[in-house]
Design a binder for this molecule. Structure first.
Ligand code: ZN
Length: 325
């Protein structure tokens, strides 16, 4: 593991990087009690652990996406193009620049979840072409672009498994640098001084729903909101009092509210991620037997769609789940 820095500027403050890395190392793949998702009853122990990790990884990527909105609104940053695309990019850049395998896996799962989410949409009409976000597949491929742009070797297997076009991978090298430099440039004037620290107000609101309580426990133990605080306090001149809240919201999503200066991560978002992954295992009983038998097994699978790797070739799960972030 190496220290985190983007060129000369301190996109991540080094102490924040260290704190993050130790938080990640301490993050359990699975929390105890209250009650795991019902779908886990159909999974093996190992698959449940994977689904937990998948949900946790996506929660981490999601809070960094919301942190992008936070930076844009707190510093009134210029946004040329869709803000949702821009902050998707920021989340992925931050995670990739950490150059840590745990965060690399989080980015892979962030790509995976958009493929899964796309597959969960039953028909074309579920595609909201007018939405502020890109389509799920576009978000997936945009993530892969940054992955190969950052480190083509490291993410080669992933790119291959979705038949990522070589010409596009070549373009991504430059696009990665361009996005990185653009964020550095707009954030430069807002970098924290030596003694600048930001106090965040972190809350993991209680919930009575046993399944949501399960994910509350998970992200609280992993310190997901603490990761955000650690990444930004001492890095940028953010004023005290920003609220980082995890809560039951009635919807699988996450938000940044500029007026309230509050980021909200909904427990339902984690449940949704876990269920998408669990459903994939249920729908692809042979697909994950790759453990031990290796990739050959996976390659034989029938794929008409590009599909998430990580030993999965999803012919994607059931409808009913969609995320917007
Ligand atoms: Zn967003």
């Amino acid at each position: 593991m190496r220290s985190i820095s983007l060129r000369r500027s301190s996109f991540w403050a080094a102490p924040a990087a260290a704190a993050l890395a130790s938080l990640m190392a301490a993050a359990p793949a699975r929390a105890v009690e209250p009650e795991p998702p019902k779908l886990y009853e159909e999974l093996t122990e190992e698959q449940s652990t994977e689904a937990d990790q998948f949900a946790l990884n996506n929660a981490i990527a999601t809070v960094f996406h919301e942190a992008g909105h936070m930076l844009v609104s707190e510093f009134s940053l210029p946004v040329l193009g869709k803000e949702e695309d821009a902050v998707d990019g920021l989340a992925v850049l931050l995670l990739l620049e950490a150059e840590d395998e745990d965060f690399n896996s989080a980015v892979e799962d962030w790509a995976n979840i958009w493929f899964l989410s796309a597959g969960a949409k039953e028909d074309e009409e579920d595609n909201a072409f007018w939405d502020s976000h890109g389509l799920d597949e576009q978000r997936a491929y945009a993530t892969v672009c940054l992955m190969v742009g950052k480190d083509k070797e490291r993410f080669n297997d992933f790119a291959q498994s979705i038949d990522y076009p070589e010409y596009r991978a070549e373009e991504c090298l430059g696009e990665y640098q361009s996005q990185l430099q653009s964020w550095e440039k707009v954030l430069k004037p807002h970098e924290a001084g030596k003694n600048d620290k930001t106090k965040f107000k972190i809350t993991y609101a209680p919930t009575k729903d046993p399944q949501l309580a399960y994910f509350r426990e998970m992200i609280k133990t992993a310190g997901v909101m603490e990761m955000v605080a650690a990444a930004f306090s001492g890095s940028y001149k953010l004023k005290d009092g920003i609220k980082l809240t995890a809560a039951e919201c009635g919807v699988a999503n996450a938000f940044w509210s500029a007026d309230d200066r509050e980021m909200t991560l909904c427990y339902e978002d984690l449940l949704n991620s876990a269920e998408l992954d669990a459903q994939w295992y249920i729908d692809n009983p042979d697909g994950q037997e790759a453990t031990g038998e290796d990739e050959d097994t996976v390659e034989e699978e029938d794929t008409d769609e590009a599909s998430p790797p990580r030993q999965r070739q999803p012919i994607l799960p059931q409808a009913g789940a969609s995320r917007s972030g």
